[in-house]
Ligand binder design. Structure first.
Ligand SMILES: Cc1cc2nc3c(=O)[nH]c(=O)nc-3n(C[C@H](O)[C@H](O)[C@H](O)COP(=O)(O)OP(=O)(O)OC[C@H]3O[C@@H](n4cnc5c(N)ncnc54)[C@H](O)[C@@H]3O)c2cc1C
Length: 296
């Protein structure tokens, strides 16, 4: 359990669609162009020429590659290094049914052998939950009824887990495989840089992928304000961000593997150690103090 108000900045559960809406509202009209798949860039003097798969191209002052997990901008900078599969998919759901006794001020997780379940509140009337189960990347169960599958796996776990699954509409349950990349410091050149998953795809162990993309944007905007050229700003941003997010990529990978241990003896040892330690110690050992206490 992590109490959301125990750090300098309280943790906040937010629905992705709400975040997108808030961000979009800050943009001037007509500045988002859909169906323009980035293909390649070329640096021409102080400009960057960007070409798209639909045959169009633009010349601009700088390029920030924020094109996610399979980033084409990253591929051009770093070569083709496909993300590695973590060994488990994540199921996610949101429900309006708030079970009695649910603590709105905590983020919690329960760990078993090769599977885990957790959640947090989104505002006062919704609950977000997630479930992880060790499965192969090409899973024959992929096409089955996912809600029944989860109820089979977690139906006898402690409350409110079975209630949360049962209260969620089948169509509101998402399933995605999880991947990460090894840290690679080559984020940019000239007037080109990377941001978010394109720069530092990480396992979702701490729920930090989107949070770190937001921190990237904050630091990048500071660097642009402090430097007279984009290339100087981009290099300062990369030097500032890389050490921290590289550490987070490694921590997320290591802790993610420990929390999904399939060996029952190891899983029991892990759970016993975490449950006998005072909260402060377990937060320290699991890296939660370092992650939630970090100031960008
Ligand atoms: C199951 C799961 C649970 C997660 N839970 C959390 C969580 O609790 N908290 C958290 O902070 N993070 C979480 N994350 C991570 C989070 O989703 C990502 O880190 C975040 O979305 C990264 O944002 P981004 O903008 O870098 O990339 P994305 O959100 O992937 O956006 C990339 C954009 O680029 C576009 N694009 C892709 N290719 C091209 C191209 N060639 N040309 C043009 N556009 C392109 C895509 O369409 C997309 O719009 C989770 C991830 C997963 C998979």
């Amino acid at each position: 359990r992590t109490w959301v108000n125990q750090y300098a900045t309280p943790a906040l559960g937010m629905h992705r669609a709400d975040l997108h809406t808030l961000l979009r509202q800050q943009l001037p009209p007509n500045c988002i162009h859909l169906n323009c798949n980035f293909k390649r860039y070329e640096q021409v003097g102080q400009k960057v020429c960007v070409s798209f798969e639909n045959g169009s191209s633009i010349e601009c002052d700088g390029l920030i590659g924020a094109d996610g997990i399979h980033s084409n901008v990253r591929q051009q900078l770093q070569g083709n290094t496909p993300p590695r599969y973590h060994g488990y998919p994540i199921w996610r759901g949101v429900t309006h049914t708030v079970p009695p006794g649910f603590h709105h001020e905590e983020i919690w997780g329960t760990y078993g052998t090769g599977q885990q379940f957790g959640g947090c509140a989104i505002g006062s009337d919704r609950i977000y939950w997630f479930a992880l189960v060790n499965r192969p990347e090409q899973d024959p169960e992929m096409m089955d009824d996912q809600k029944s599958l989860l109820l089979d796996r977690f139906g006898n776990w402690h409350e409110p887990i079975p209630d949360l699954i049962a209260a969620t509409n089948q169509t509101d349950i998402l399933r995605h495989n999880t991947y990460d990349c090894r840290p690679n410091s080559r984020w940019g050149e000239g007037n080109v840089t990377l941001l978010g998953d394109a720069a530092h795809l990480m396992a979702p162990t701490y729920g930090q992928g989107a949070c770190q993309a937001l921190e990237d944007a904050l630091v990048l905007s500071r660097c642009v304000a402090q430097n007279s050229t984009l290339s100087a700003a981009f290099r300062q941003y990369e030097q500032c961000r890389f050490p921290w997010v590289a550490k987070l990529q490694q921590l997320s990978h290591q802790l993610g593997s420990v929390m999904q241990w399939q060996n029952p003896l190891l899983a029991q040892l892990r759970n016993a150690s975490l449950s006998i330690l005072p909260d402060g110690w377990s937060d320290y050992l699991t890296g939660i103090n370092a992650v939630f206490g970090h100031q960008a």
